[in-house]
Write a protein of this length. Structure first.
Length: 78
């Protein structure tokens, strides 16, 4: 099995684990269109996305997901 197929299979398993494409796209922090291209084999996902999908599979569907880092902008009055 080549890397592209192996990566796509891991992503499909992660989609099943989380219960939907939108959920995996949110966890991976990528647009749904990009995830669809990876799942179809049209594009090769980056190694980080592959490894994150393996973490999703290993953790299972009910594992708490790490919260996204909140970005705050400070507005200064001059």
């Amino acid at each position: 099995m080549e890397h592209r197929a192996r990566y796509a299979q891991a992503l499909r398993d992660a989609v099943r684990t989380l219960g939907g494409h939108e959920r995996l796209a949110a966890v991976l922090n990528v647009p749904a269109e990009k995830l669809a291209a990876w799942l179809s084999g049209e594009e090769m996902p980056p190694l980080e996305a592959f490894l994150d999908s393996l973490d999703v599979i290993a953790d299972g569907p009910y594992a708490p997901r790490p919260a996204r880092r909140v970005r705050v902008a400070a507005i200064r009055n001059r």
